[in-house]
Design a protein around this ligand. Structure first.
Ligand code: TYD
Ligand code: MG
Length: 463
């Protein structure tokens, strides 16, 4: 091992480097994340190994560069292709992050299986599980073709040699926190190891044109560096989210050099691996209670896809001077703000009530278009009025109590119609955008109070 250079301190969350220990990281504002490690070697910054693979690089004119060679490869999983921006780009380095046990290894093994079935040469490198354990997992997923090779290795030097020798089309590194480069003195999983290992993998991906998927665990304890440390180095960053107790998983792109970052992929964890959820709205609304107050369906956009979700609210009298407010799945401050708007602009005396707002299904939604859904759910619970199951509401709510325009109103209405909703409350400014679809009653509103009146029609006003 090379001699360690002068020690430095690194934030294990984001990789921020400091000459002395700090209680709070100035970059990511996390507390108690600094660990002492040898300073990063110069090797990484000089890029010398990149040159050793490719020779001296010559500048090229833009029009001389052949972009057709970048034809994407389908992973065989539609939801993953969508998040990647239409398939895997050759020579790209993709980070798949997420909590342990969320299904990263399962997803990537399924990708390997699909690609191997298409006669692509695939190499799955694991530093976490033995070959036997991977085989056992693979058996749960179904038939595998012969073109898939497995390797249990954590030394990057040998991984590099194997890759140069075998030249696979796709490789998976599971996980980056178990890999080490002999030239770095610190332990696997430390900030400098993780960075240096990613650097080596980047050179392999770009130099040999191999598509590499890197698994990165999100860790909260110990001195193991998190995937955020390598976010800036890779081409694409995907995060696997989801409630460990619910069976569905959401794959979200946080960074993508080859596509948009607002698409999501929805999966369900089953006995035989992850399966795609083709119609997430239906899935999200599964189990919605009928005939109870405090439940409203709204529509948010996830990328280019509308997603219907149920907003639940529970408003009850506060027993303390200071009412309690909680928001699960959406922004707490936004909920407080909307309740203040209701108090001032719609005359609802909410200041003596506790309020709990929840986006059902464990999904996180921050799009302002769900505002009207939150407002109506709160009103419905406060007045104990049932909002009909066939009714859906969306629209952004402003501080003056106005209902503001949202993007892609037409798609939202179409999705609601597809799922059987017959009454839709939406911003009046979206009138032109939605046209006159048949089979649904559209209630256009300009003010929150109009929307409230529409749902409370027939119920005597009292506040
Ligand atoms: P895994 O892919 O090992 O998670 P990660 O690599 O992100 O740590 O997923 C492990 C979980 O998935 C585990 O709790 C068992 C479950 N699982 C299934 O439910 N069905 C399956 O077919 C497989 C392979 C795993
Ligand atoms: Mg794993």
């Amino acid at each position: 091992m090379a001699k360690a250079k002068k020690a430095g301190y690194f934030c294990k969350e984001c990789g921020f480097e400091s000459p002395k220990w700090l209680g709070q990281c100035p970059a990511c504002k996390e507390w108690n994340t600094f660990v002492e490690e040898p300073a990063a070697s110069n090797k990484s910054s000089s890029g010398s190994s990149m040159r050793s693979l490719k020779g001296r690089a010559e500048p090229k004119r833009l029009k001389e560069i052949d972009s057709a060679a970048e034809a994407r490869l389908s992973s065989g999983i539609g939801e993953l292709d969508r998040v990647l921006g239409g398939g895997i780009v050759p020579g790209s380095l993709v980070l798949v992050g997420g909590d342990p046990g969320i299904g990263k290894s399962t997803l990537l093994l399924q990708v390997c299986r699909n690609l191997a079935a298409q006669k692509e040469k695939v190499l799955y490198i694991s530093g976490e599980e033995s070959l036997r354990q991977i085989k056992l997992r693979a058996e749960r997923l179904g038939e595998f073709s012969d073109d898939l090779s497995l390797l249990c290795e954590t030394d990057l030097g040998s991984i590099r040699e194997t890759m140069e020798e075998q030249k696979p089309r796709i490789a998976v590194i599971d996980s980056i926190q178990t890999m080490y480069d002999e030239e770095i003195a610190s332990a696997p999983g430390s900030v400098s190891q993780v960075r240096e290992s990613t650097n080596v993998l980047m050179q392999i991906a770009k130099g040999l044109g191999i598509m590499i998927f890197i698994v990165g665990h999100v860790t909260k304890e110990g001195s193991v560096a998190g995937p955020r440390v390598l976010e800036h180095m890779v081409d694409t960053v995907l995060y696997f989210e989801g409630d460990r107790f619910a069976s569905y998983r959401i794959l979200r792109a946080v960074k993508n050099r080859f596509g948009s970052t607002n698409e999501i992929g929805v999966f369900e964890m089953k006995q035989d691996g992850l399966s795609e959820v083709k119609n997430p709205s239906e899935y999200m609304l599964d189990g919605k209670p009928t005939g109870t107050s405090g439940s409203v369906v709204t529509c948010a956009m996830e990328g280019t896809r509308p997603l219907l979700v149920e907003v639940q609210a529970l408003v009850c009298r506060s027993n303390f001077g200071l009412p309690r407010r909680t928001a699960v799945g959406t922004d707490f401050n936004r909920v407080n703000l909307l309740m203040a708007v209701l108090e001032k602009k719609a005359g609802l005396h909410l200041s003596e009530s506790d309020a709990y707002v929840n986006i059902a299904g464990g999904i996180r939604m921050n799009e302002p278009a769900i505002d009207l859904g939150i407002v109506l759910a709160v009103v419905s619970s406060f007045r104990d009025v049932v909002i009909p199951d066939s009714m859906l509401a969306f629209g952004e709510v402003g501080l003056s109590g106005e209902v503001r325009s949202v993007s892609m109103a037409g798609q939202r209405v179409a999705e609601a119609k597809k799922l059987g909703f017959t009454t839709i409350i939406l911003p009046a400014v979206c009138k032109r955008a939605v046209g006159k679809p048949d089979g649904v009653q559209l209630i256009f509103v300009s003010w929150v109070s109009e929307a409230i009146r529409a749902v409370l029609a027939g119920v005597p006003m009292m506040t």
